[in-house]
Design a protein around this ligand. Structure first.
Ligand code: ZN
Length: 241
């Protein structure tokens, strides 16, 4: 039987993809199961079982409450519930420490698709990822928040600003500090290069995980000093919830 050239090259592409998969199996980052050709990053089962918070549809939620009395936000939400040793922690770990940038873009796109449905978030005009200090970014090779912001930006059809909000001081790790110490540690380390770019805009600040909110709060302060800005906050996961 003679097959048309196009069809045979299509078959050889599939064959090559399968052969490639044999040596470099494409596995679900959450559970380790081998992915089929239609699946990307997560297997269908993990994708449907993502522990979504649904916070983006409610003005009052546990993430928004974190900021009450601290900083005036337009809206705040986290995409997923975070639990120690759970699948979400695994996802965050793979994104941050295993160099899997595409996991951030992928999850950002999923979150952005949901945010687009929310009247609280669909007026966002610019996305601002929480900056890493340049030294830390060089060490890691990329900023995970930028990857998440790109995915959200793609879904919302909104630009991402990566170099206007900058981190001016190198801060030590936040993980072992108390809430007060965390705030002291990050207070005043962020500043805006060109306030005109943000003037009169609804900005969405994006980060990977929200813990005490100290870093977010420090980011939001200089942004709210710019006339006419509205600031909202979105993180992939939250330990508050
Ligand atoms: Zn899975």
């Amino acid at each position: 039987m003679v097959m048309p050239v196009k069809f045979t090259s299509f078959l050889s592409k599939i064959w090559l993809a399968d052969l490639f998969g044999l040596f470099f199996p494409n596995v679900c980052v959450a559970c380790g199961r081998t992915l089929n050709r239609q699946e990307e990053i997560l297997c269908t089962s993990c994708l449907y079982k993502l522990p979504k918070t649904g916070f983006h549809m409610h003005a009052e939620n546990l993430v928004a409450e974190t900021f009450w009395g601290r900083v005036e936000l337009h809206s705040a939400a986290s995409f997923l519930f975070f639990s120690k040793k759970g699948k979400v922690q695994k996802l965050m770990h793979v994104l941050k420490y295993k160099g899997r940038k595409e996991v951030g873009v992928y999850l950002g796109r999923l979150f952005g698709t949901d945010l687009k449905e929310s009247p609280l978030f669909n007026t966002v005009e610019m996305i601002v990822p929480v900056p890493l200090h340049p030294k830390k970014q060089r060490k890691r090779g990329f900023n995970q928040s930028v990857m998440i912001a790109r995915g959200i930006g793609e879904a919302l059809g909104v630009p991402v600003s990566v170099d206007n909000l900058i981190r001016t001081a190198y801060t030590s790790s936040q993980t072992k500090k108390s809430r007060y110490d965390r705030w002291q540690n990050v207070k005043g380390v962020f500043s805006v290069q060109d306030p005109e770019l943000f003037r009169n805009k609804h900005l969405l600040i994006v980060d990977d995980v929200l813990t005490t909110g100290a870093t977010m709060e420090a980011c939001v302060h200089p942004l709210l000093e710019i006339p006419g800005t509205k600031v909202s906050v979105a993180t992939l996961a939250s330990t508050q919830a």
